[in-house]
Ligand binder design. Structure first.
Ligand SMILES: CC(C)(COP(=O)(O)OP(=O)(O)OC[C@H]1O[C@@H](n2cnc3c(N)ncnc32)[C@H](O)[C@@H]1OP(=O)(O)O)[C@@H](O)C(=O)NCCC(=O)NCCS
Length: 127
């Protein structure tokens, strides 16, 4: 079974008033994500797009009737910049997640596709 999720977030929600509060950040983001965002010049857009990604993933998993907390979802980047997702819960290791992120000056948006591992989302790449 294949599920999708989408979410968009206003970047201004992740202003310094919020992102300077480590206790709030840690409820939402993993340490690796915080390190990634804090290295960037416009930190708020990277936090916001990860937040959108997590909401989109939570939506997709809700179709499987599975609840995940924000900080159990880790969105990092490959060397070429493309994002990937790690779910920090071994019970969910047989799910495949594809994610795409984008941000403009004001809005961050994320789209995800989630499948059970039995369904291969990369038929050509994995040959
Ligand atoms: C990949 C590319 C299309 C992204 O365009 P963009 O307008 O900067 O992207 P947006 O602002 O809409 O979105 C930014 C998000 O795109 C994602 N992204 C970055 N590089 C990506 C890539 N190669 N493939 C897929 N997604 C990518 C990231 O998640 C990024 O957000 P994050 O840094 O907070 O994780 C553009 O950078 C490009 O054409 N690059 C040239 C080729 C390339 O791969 N360069 C990599 C550096 S060597």
């Amino acid at each position: 079974m294949l599920e999708i999720g989408i979410d968009c977030v206003e970047i201004s929600r992740f202003n310094r008033d919020i992102t300077s509060k480590k206790n709030i950040l840690k409820k939402i983001f993993t340490e690796n994500e915080i390190q990634y965002c804090e290295k960037k010049v416009k930190t708020s857009q990277h936090y916001a797009v990860r937040y959108a990604g997590k909401e989109a993933i939570i939506k997709a998993f809700s179709c499987y009737k599975i609840e995940i907390s924000m900080n159990q979802i880790e969105i990092l980047n490959k060397k070429n910049g493309s994002p990937f997702v790690k779910i920090l819960d071994d019970k969910l290791s047989d799910f495949n997640i594809k994610i795409s992120l984008s941000h403009s000056r004001e809005i961050a948006i994320a789209v995800v596709i989630v499948s059970k591992n039995s369904l291969n989302l990369n038929p050509l790449r994995d040959r």
